[in-house]
Design a protein around this ligand. Structure first.
Ligand code: FPP
Length: 222
């Protein structure tokens, strides 16, 4: 969800105002996903590296997240949205973690859309965790190295049970992956949007999905 800071700067506003406007886009985009029949949406809301931003910005983002989690509860029920989270969640402030856990639990039976928040998330960190868990099994003698294949590896990632993304959208024209779902995006179609995230709304998502539909996916074959 790139470009919140630049969106604010263009308007002479503090960066946190960009994040606040970005949270509005999150609401509109989740609703649009349901209307389009998209079943899984993963939002990169906070990366492992984002902890290195100035403390005031980190705290503004956590407050925004708290507000989102508190206010979104009714909406998740009404829209039949299941919430999940991936990332190093034990690094989140205790209050945020509490709100998150409660909402994940409360919405676990919903089925229209699964909204996955990537929080304190890093693709490399996730892969290392999976490797560590397999290595621990091997060291304990419960797993032979030859038994490790892509399916077993994927089952140790935090996204186990969540399908790999078909479409990866990056806003604000950035042409980088930035440590996002490194394993899972192997065959994702990439659409780069020039607009900043707070300006990314219903029509933009619909157009990105139409662009996806025009792609011919080959998965390495002819
Ligand atoms: C990247 O833009 C955006 C973030 C680091 C935060 C994204 C968070 C939200 C949209 C709001 C909170 C999330 C939820 C789920 C309610 P940037 O700050 O790097 O902007 P820049 O690239 O213009 O500097």
């Amino acid at each position: 969800m790139d470009g919140n800071g630049r969106w604010a700067k263009e308007r002479g506003l503090p960066r946190r105002e960009g994040h606040r406007a970005g949270a509005e886009s999150v609401r509109e985009i989740t609703h649009t996903c349901i209307d389009l029949g998209v079943e899984f949406l993963t939002l990169y809301a906070f990366s492992s590296e984002n902890w290195n931003r100035p403390p005031a910005e980190v705290s503004a983002l956590m407050n925004l997240l708290d507000r989102f989690l508190s206010e979104k509860s009714k909406d998740l029920d009404q829209q039949n949205i299941r919430l999940l989270a991936i990332g190093q969640l034990d690094r989140l402030p205790r209050k945020t973690r509490g709100l998150l856990d409660k909402l994940i639990d409360r919405t676990s039976h919903h089925s229209a859309l699964t909204l996955v928040l990537a929080l304190s998330y890093g693709g490399r960190e996730e892969i290392v965790e999976a490797a560590r868990s397999l290595a621990a099994n091997a060291a304990a003698g419960t797993l032979a190295p030859e038994e490790i294949d892509t399916a077993l590896f994927a089952s140790r990632l935090q996204t186990a049970g969540i399908p790999d993304p078909d479409l990866l959208i990056r806003t604000s024209g950035e042409m980088r992956i930035s440590n996002f779902l490194l394993w899972q995006i192997s065959y994702a179609e990439i659409v780069i949007i020039k607009k900043f995230w707070p300006d990314f709304r219903r029509n933009d998502l619909t157009e990105a999905v139409q662009e996806y539909q025009r792609r011919h996916r080959r998965f390495g074959t002819l």
